[in-house]
Ligand binder design. Sequence first.
Ligand code: UDP
Length: 458
Amino acid sequence: MDKERNVYRAHCLVLAYPAQGHINPMMQFSKRLEHKGVKVTLVITKSISNTMHKEATSIALETISDGYDEGGIAQAESIHAYLERFQRVGSQTLVELIEKVSSSGCPVDCVVYDPFVPWALDVAKKFGLLGAVLFTQSCAVDNIYYHVHKGVLKLPLSETEILLPGSPPLGPQDMPSFIYDFGSYPAYFDTLVGQFSNVDKADCVLVNTFYELEQEVVDRMNKIWPLKTIGPTIPSMFLDKRLEDDKDYGLSIFKPDTDTCMKWLNGHPKGSVVYVSFGSFVDFEVEQMEEIAWGLRMSNRCFLWVVRESEEEKLPKHFVEETSQKGLVVRWCPQLKVLAHEAVGCFVTHCGWNSTLEGLSFGVPMVAVPYWSDQSTNAKYIMDVWKMGLKAPVDEKGIVRREAAEHCIKEIMEGERGKEIKKNSFKWRKLAKEAVDEGGSSDKNIEEFVTTLVDSLS
Ligand code: UDP
């Protein structure tokens, strides 16, 4: 035990909510902590661990139970039932895990947790440990939910222009879907508003963004609790392509088709490929998938499209064969490697926060096709605030038609607006890298977090 103590400055248990978009930033943040001499045990649920593809990583991995070990949320009667049982069973099994880990090696000093599971803070406090919450959505989106939590933003929305401190004027459609479509997913809505239920008691509030990207809203929220921006949670060396052994996440819910993708990309000239991915959850209507497929075809560009197995049947018949000269369709890819590849010139994205931050950090101009949750807010920022992409317009049915998709892709790849967007993309790439590089805003914040943690032990 003492031996391990001497090697590490402290020991953090990092608890991720069981979804790809939550596990990735936790995993990457864990790597940053280890880089700074902190031992990390990353905790995921048994159910998701059973189905994940695990690649070699230095981070120790442990599991707790969400009460649905066989199938996770898919096994639950409802989202509400899942979250309720996860809290009950998760709290208990987290207690058991902390006891086990502490008695078998290095005692745990701090629990870093996702605000989707605020009960983890109560468990940490039971043991007298530090508790640090890591918000995995943008600060702008956190700010919106915070104002709902405080009762300042009244729902259902009645105004056509929403004015919140630290944010530009937002239209109803720019708000997260659980807000503009109030009542659509009450359990998720409650979870997102519930993120703030005990945040005042957390010892540290971390956000996966970087200061330069969201300065105004970070400054605003900093007045409520001291915030530490620690993103993008992509190792700086990776942005630089220097750290050869750290090219991937380490944990993927689907098996990435790495060799096929990289070989294919290697055969394409700089900036010539449109990369298309809608993340791990998006469940488009068949009509929408068909329109995207046609839009890609009509753009006449080479494309790499991630179509998850569950979505494959939504593609137009013979699409894969008929477009094989121009396109590659895979079930999952190593997204960081793909975005870092110089052949990629445009990212058609659903605007999940990780994808948004990754695209921005690698300086890849985006075509925004948001689906739900925070994606419409991220899309608004991509187009109007950070000016590094175009939001694809939708028709009266809410569908991005083929002509719109084609137009946005062409505009980014070769249009006048594309030139300006590319300029901005270089700027954001540079700022993101500076933020995570040694001495940058995010790096300093992580260092400060570790120092506070270590000081609390003496
Ligand atoms: N991702 C990946 N391979 C893919 C598609 C996505 O590794 O083929 C990763 C991506 O890099 C990101 C995460 O999956 O980190 C998706 O998170 P995001 O917040 O963008 O969307 P979500 O899946 O939560 O909707």
